[in-house]
Unconditional design. Structure first.
Length: 388
């Protein structure tokens, strides 16, 4: 291709100015606007007027600068316009070629992408992976000519193997309840550490819940044990109370039975004593004379009727037998010892005084062994007696 040659003859330009004289003049003029020159009550007003004058002077200088630059650049502006026209001609041809090249490259990339996609689909199907790894592992560099087929195949294979290994690891670390959530979290961006952190957190929460469950279960067990112990103590107390009450009732029954037995024995004893007394009085009646008037011995079993005027009938016992009245009702007495058996018994001798009436008396002999029983027997029945 022939070389492009642009011929441009440049004549250096020069701008003649009076900057040196203007600079000296401006320096003298600016001394007027020194702050030391502003005094008095209207100093601020004078400063504002000076500032306005300086702004006008600056605007005039800027405008002059713009006009000079525009006049000085007129030759370059004409050259720039001509050069841009040439560049446009070149760009038009270049764009035509570039479009064709890009179209060829696009077709080539599409073919390569189809080949890569087919290989990926076959690889994941063989591995049994249902998750779409393509969006996570795809790399646009695989479409470049600089990336060989071996490289992108190896990248896809390693990505599939890494996915399988990490899923297996998550299955080992996570429980059944947390595995699916951990797997979904890992598949978001294939960040294994995020999934492991999630599993660790869930395990800690599960352990905390288990500890809390164990603590609550222990508290409930302790409460249940306490209730059982309290109920056991209550039952034991009730049993002890029942045993005490039962024991007291048994003792009471035994006491009542003993008392009843004692009463029965006492009644039997009284009956036996009465029978002995009755027999003894019958014997004494048969052996001793009886006189009912004047000074005499009073013996025998009363018949219940008095033979003397003003006499008193004897009481009747519970067996239907007449109960004698013992002792001396009226008069004075004197004692005469009479020996009967082993014990001396004093026999009463009645001496009548003015009264002509006297109660019937029965004198009999009792062995000293039975003396206390006989006295008790007579006292309980309200029978008067006198021991000689």
């Amino acid at each position: 291709m022939e070389q492009l040659q642009i011929v441009a003859k440049i004549t250096p330009g020069a701008i003649q100015t009076n900057f040196d004289e203007t600079k000296q003049w401006l320096a003298q003029k600016l001394q007027k606007y020194n702050l030391n020159n502003y005094t008095g009550d209207d100093a601020i007003k004078q400063m504002k007027e000076g500032r306005a004058t300086l702004n006008k002077l600056s605007d005039a200088l800027k405008e002059r600068k713009r006009v000079v630059k525009e006049q000085f650049l007129e030759p370059y502006t004409a050259f720039e316009m001509a050069a841009d026209e040439l560049l446009a001609m070149i760009k038009e041809s270049c764009d035509t070629l570039d479009g064709k090249i890009k179209e060829y490259a696009r077709i080539e990339k599409q073919e390569r992408e189809a080949e890569i996609t087919k290989y990926y689909q076959e690889a994941v199907a063989e591995a049994g992976i249902t998750y779409d790894l393509w969006t996570q592992i795809y790399d646009e560099k695989w479409l470049n000519k600089s990336c060989s087929k071996k490289n992108w195949k190896m990248a896809i294979t390693e990505a599939i193997q890494s996915y399988q290994k990490n899923i297996m690891l998550l299955g080992q670390l996570a429980g059944e309840d947390d595995f699916e959530a951990a797997r979904k979290l890992y598949e978001v961006d294939l960040n294994l550490q995020d999934a492991i952190t999630y599993i660790t957190k869930k395990k800690a929460e599960a352990e905390a819940l288990e500890r809390e469950r164990i603590r609550i279960a222990a508290e409930e067990a302790a409460k249940a044990q306490a209730r059982v112990e309290a109920e056991t103590r209550q039952v034991m107390q009730q049993a002890e109370s029942y045993a005490r009450e039962r024991e007291a009732a048994v003792r009471k029954e035994e006491q009542e039975a003993a008392q009843k037995q004692m009463q029965q024995k006492q009644q039997e004893l009284e009956q036996q004593t009465y029978l002995r007394m009755q027999k003894q009085m019958q014997r004494q009646t048969q052996t001793m004379p009886v006189q009912r008037a004047g000074m005499s011995y009073q013996t025998g079993i009363p018949t219940g009727e008095s033979t003397m005027s003003g006499g008193r009938a004897a009481a009747t016992s519970g067996q239907g037998m007449p109960r004698p009245a013992y002792g001396i009702r009226q008069g004075m007495q004197r004692q005469q010892p009479v020996q009967r058996g082993n014990a001396p018994i004093q026999r009463s001798v009645q001496q009548p005084i003015l009264q002509t009436q006297a109660a019937e008396l029965c004198t009999f002999t009792v062995h000293r062994v039975h003396q206390e029983e006989v006295c008790q027997f007579l006292t309980q029945r309200g029978i008067g007696y006198h021991i000689h």
